[in-house]
Design a protein around this ligand. Structure first.
Ligand code: ATP
Ligand code: MG
Ligand code: FE
Length: 363
């Protein structure tokens, strides 16, 4: 099966092509990534400090045709070699989604092949489930031996819009244990970066500032409250409190009582200290919920970690504390891309061939 996939839910326009082989039981026995094209709209949104939905939709519309053509070129395939199209159906920005969905639907219709709809948050986990190694320099490699993860597994997906903790009995049998009650973790990184006067996306910038704080030993000046889990609420996340507390700290430090905070009155050292303390609080909350689940479900055999925030090196290092085999999504497949959409489609199809899911499901 050769699958072309499209992702356009937020601010990346992406098209991938993968080849999947399955055995008679429907298990994936080999995967080849034939094309992996991702075009970020970061520059279009940076001046606004966040993603502007209307700008995103227009950007996708301007680029999607060329990116799809480029993917076909890179794969050295013809359109007639494709056996199915997969597309992100949601969740995401509706205008942005529509561009990808309608393009995918048109392509599937013209080629008379099935269209597979994929849930974007589920798809973030697919690279952790399937791919052990994948780097941008080496992104066309074939990958075998896909069935190494032992179940039940605990999965943590931490992205710009979601925090999901879930229990998996197989790659597709998943129960959600906890979610964010307010802001998502990546969103909090972005908002705190904005308060410190930095551009979007804030995650990598905060990580860098925190590293500098560590280097200069500037790590004790600030601490931010971490929302502790309680008995009824052991797996849910909350990030709006930390964000507000960062804001109050900056107001106190700068004496700015009202109006917008831009971070420009803070010294470099203060910014580093705040970034370090914020990152610490944000990441330790994630690990805490994982520890709670491992305590409550001793049968869990492995841990999976994925989503944009999983690129954070400090975060990845925290998991070495747990006494469980941990599988991370490869860094180049953590933030939005279309390869994860294709992988999720490959996981969810049945053994006979690709299937078409109902459209309305994810809205
Ligand atoms: P969703 O998938 O929930 O719809 P999204 O697609 O915008 O949201 P992703 O692309 O998975 O999210 O991830 C982007 C988020 O990851 C941003 O919030 C970004 O700040 C965060 N992020 C990226 N790199 C890092 C890092 N090194 N440390 C912390 N956060 C990071
Ligand atoms: Mg993005
Ligand atoms: Fe995403």
């Amino acid at each position: 099966n050769t699958l072309l996939s499209i992702e356009s839910s937020c601010d990346e326009t992406a098209v991938s092509i993968i080849k999947v082989k399955k055995n008679a039981e429907g298990q994936i026995i080999s995967l080849n990534i034939l094309a992996h094209e991702v075009e970020s709209q970061m520059e279009s949104h940076a001046p606004f400090g966040g993603v502007v939905p209307e700008v995103a939709a227009r950007d996708h519309l301007a680029k999607i045709y060329e990116i799809a053509n480029k993917a076909l070129q890179v794969s050295r395939l013809k359109k007639s070699d494709l056996s199915a199209i997969a597309v992100t159906m949601g969740p995401g920005l509706i205008g942005a989604l529509m561009v990808g969905v309608l393009f995918a639907r048109g392509l599937a219709m013209a080629l008379n092949i099935p269209l597979i709809s994929v849930n974007h948050v589920d798809a973030h986990l697919a690279p952790a489930l399937l791919l052990k190694q994948f780097s941008p320099k080496d992104d066309l490699r074939a990958w075998h031996d896909v069935d190494t993860i032992t179940y039940p597994a605990l999965a943590l997906t931490v992205s710009g819009g979601h925090c999901h903790l879930s229990l998996l009995n197989s790659p597709t049998d998943r129960t959600i244990l906890g979610k964010s009650l307010d802001d998502a973790c990546g969103e909090a990184f972005d908002k705190v970066a904005k308060l410190l006067g930095m551009s979007y996306p804030g995650g990598p910038l905060i990580e860098e500032l925190a590293k500098q704080a560590e280097k200069s030993g500037n790590i004790n000046e600030f601490t931010f409250p971490n929302k502790p889990a309680n008995k009824e609420n052991r797996y849910n996340f909350s990030y709006s409190g930390i964000k507000t507390s960062v804001m109050e700290t900056i107001r106190k430090e700068t004496g700015i009582k009202k109006g917008k905070i831009t971070g420009k009155d803070l010294s470099k050292e203060k910014k580093q200290g705040i970034a370090y303390a914020f990152q610490n609080a944000a990441l330790s909350q994630l690990l805490n919920r994982v520890e709670n689940a491992l305590q409550d479900y001793p049968e869990i055999k492995s841990v999976l970690v994925a989503g944009g925030v999983a690129q954070n090196k400090k975060f990845r290092a925290l998991f070495s504390k747990l006494n469980k085999p941990t599988y991370f999504a490869p860094p180049s497949l953590c933030s939005d891309n279309a390869t994860m959409i294709a992988l999720q489609a490959a996981l969810s199809e049945n053994a006979e061939g690709f299937i078409q899911h109902p459209f309305a499901k994810y809205h």
